[in-house]
Design a protein around this ligand. Structure first.
Ligand code: ADP
Length: 223
């Protein structure tokens, strides 16, 4: 029996979990907690043409590539999604990186905005699950941004200024959670993840398993 359960686990297909929220809601904190508590979830590392900032590590924070390499990826349709800004830096999510995880039953977590989520959903509709986090109030959002202590007043005002535009996309997401308590939010997302893992489309080993059940039933007739 254990052998059967083990085999079923191995032939599961992973899912792509995209989490989005207005800046300051707690997305980064939630993602860190999820990764810490579940070894079966990998974080998606993006490709970028920008220069590494001090402390950033190749393959951990980003894959740093040249413009020529990025153009080559584009030509090969190698990205699930990309932001090809004409003036600024260019970013992309490599299909090969993500597929190497989901094909062996590992789930992948993305810190991605609604535009990226839209591209991902178009390219891999069966594999993408999207989660939107809302702040309990705008006043609390400001408190969190100020409390984090990483942004200047100017940056905080800029972030507050684009909140409505960000929030307007909330209803494009599969799941929506108001991030009141961090612990509760993490638990809720863990439940979403375990539910999504049980979807028939992800349990690609089921076909073989059911075939064996049918064979056993036929051989053992009458029971
Ligand atoms: P984001 O990645 O969405 O911009 P962060 O994860 O950096 O946000 O969180 C912003 C600040 O709010 C951090 O100081 C974090 O510790 C705090 N925070 C996150 N979630 C909660 C919560 N549920 N309740 C109170 N504070 C929170």
């Amino acid at each position: 029996m254990d052998e059967i359960i083990d085999r079923l686990r191995k032939v599961r297909k992973g899912a792509m979990f995209i989490i989005e929220a207005p800046s300051g809601t707690g997305k980064g904190t939630v993602i860190k907690e999820l990764l810490k508590n579940d070894q079966n979830i990998k974080f998606s590392v993006s490709v970028t043409t920008r220069q590494p900032r001090p402390g950033e590590v190749e393959g951990v924070d980003y894959y740093f590539v040249s413009d020529e390499q990025y153009d080559e990826f584009l030509k090969q349709d190698a990205f699930y999604e990309y932001v090809d800004s004409q003036y600024g830096s260019r970013y992309g999510t490599l299909r090969s990186e993500v597929d190497s995880f989901i094909n062996v039953g590992q789930d992948v977590l993305f810190d991605m905005d609604w535009a990226g989520a839209r591209q991902m959903r178009q390219k891999a509709p069966d594999d993408v699950v999207t989660i939107y986090l809302l702040p309990p109030s705008i006043r609390e959002l400001r408190r969190r941004l100020e409390g984090r202590g990483t942004d200047s007043r100017e940056v905080i005002e800029k972030r507050m200024g684009i909140i409505m535009e960000k929030i307007s996309h909330w209803d494009e997401f599969d799941y929506v959670i108001v991030n009141v308590s961090l612990a509760e939010t993490v638990t809720k997302i863990q439940k979403i993840i375990s539910g999504e893992r049980m979807r028939r489309v992800r349990q690609v080993g089921l076909k073989g398993f059911v075939k064996e059940l049918v064979k056993e039933a036929e051989e053992k007739q009458p029971f």
